[in-house]
Design a protein around this ligand. Structure first.
Ligand code: KG4
Ligand code: ZN
Length: 349
């Protein structure tokens, strides 16, 4: 089964080709340089960039697969490139996301359906981020029930999953997501766009020199919400960082490193603790991490440490790029939907 997967919910134009669970190729065109000029993503600009890149990215992925090397290929000769007619299904993100960006590719997918009668499977972006954990992993490796922490620029939830296709949101943020806090703190310190990788980098430099620095109590509060509360909150932490940045007025390099380090610790400690707390409350087999902030090294390390202490199995996407917006997660989710007859409500054929 050949699946063409498309993801354009925000500012990445990403297309992937799958043969069953095997990712054959993925091409992602980032728009970061364009949005760097404004400091944020302007939806109409993002949509125009998607439209400009559409055929280039599609042609690149089709051209990079030699169809004669596919497991189920019989009537193809050596060196033959993939063609649209070789595709069995198109999987496309339909929600949530920036509407102008989404519309670009949904239109292309549905045009291909009209022209070549290729069924289109509509994929939910949030669930696909969770399915990123299936990439490069055996299906049987993921045991249910499990709890999954999903954290990005706009989302901060814990889902309880009884089986592959059920998802019950049990905890969520009562205000900002941790990713939003990363983005805003980066802006406060004028670290550029996107600022979150720089925060982690500065924090790492500070941590390396910690032996040299007198230990003090944490600079920022941990927002536990009384430790028993089920939800998250990061707007107070954002304000605390703002007060600190304003109080120091002119930030030295060491100030930036210290604030980044203290801020990252305050976020990561709460996220890791609450994920393990969810496991304790529900008695599940695995804990899982997904989405953009899931690429944060310190967060992965802290959850891993807590998992080892509690003899828990911790799963996270195999590659950092699978945490970001990418078409691979769309394709793998579509594959499992087709395999398990879960596409009834979302297929156009
Ligand atoms: O999944 P994604 O590319 O976009 C959404 O669907 O939201 O996630 C991007 C977000 C960024 O805005 C940032 O807040 C967060 O994920 N992020 C990180 C890291 N990498 C991405 N936050 C902290 N540390 C990271 N290493
Ligand atoms: Zn995303």
């Amino acid at each position: 089964m050949i699946i063409l997967a498309i993801e354009t919910s925000c500012d990445d134009t990403s297309i992937a080709l799958f043969e069953d669970t095997q990712l054959l190729v993925m091409e992602t065109k980032s728009q970061i340089k364009i949005h760097n000029q404004t400091g944020w993503v302007v939806p109409e600009v993002a949509a125009r960039e998607h439209a400009n890149s559409i055929f280039e990215v599609l042609a690149t992925v089709l051209d990079s697969v030699d169809v004669s090397t596919l497991t189920h290929s019989s009537e193809h000769s050596w060196g033959e490139k993939m063609n649209l007619t070789d595709i069995d299904y198109i999987a496309v993100t339909v929600k949530p996301g920036l509407i102008p960006s989404l519309l670009t590719w949904i239109t292309v997918a549905k045009t291909l359906w009209e022209m070549y009668s290729i069924p289109v499977i509509e994929i939910d972006h949030i669930q696909a981020h969770i399915f990123a954990n299936y990439l490069e992993r055996e299906e049987a490796d993921i045991e249910y029930p499990l709890v999954c922490l999903t954290v990005s620029g706009g989302h901060n939830e814990i889902y309880y999953k009884k089986e592959m296709f059920s998802s019950e949101k049990i905890w969520e943020t009562s205000d900002d997501s941790a990713g939003e806090a990363f983005d805003k703190v980066a802006k406060m310190m004028w670290l550029g766009y996107p600022g979150w990788p720089i925060i982690s980098e500065l924090a790492w430099v500070y941590a390396k020199n910690l032996w040299n620095i007198e230990s003090t109590s944490p600079l920022f509060p941990r927002v536990w919400l009384k430790k028993t509360e089920n939800d998250f909150s990061f707007s107070g932490l954002k304000s605390a960082v703002k007060r600190e940045v304003d109080a120091r007025w002119k930030l030295s390099d060491t100030d930036k490193q210290e604030i980044a380090y203290e801020f990252q610790n305050a976020v990561v400690e709460v996220l890791a603790y609450k994920l393990v707390q969810a496991w304790k409350n529900l008695g599940v087999k695995n804990i899982m991490l997904a989405w953009g902030v899931g690429a944060n090294t310190l967060l992965r390390e802290q959850i891993m440490k807590l998992s080892l202490e509690n003899s828990l199995r911790f799963l996270y996407p195999k590659k950092l790029s699978y945490c970001m917006d990418n078409a691979a997660m769309i394709g793998i989710m579509a594959y499992y939907q087709i395999k398990n007859n879960q596409v009834n409500a979302s297929i156009h054929s």
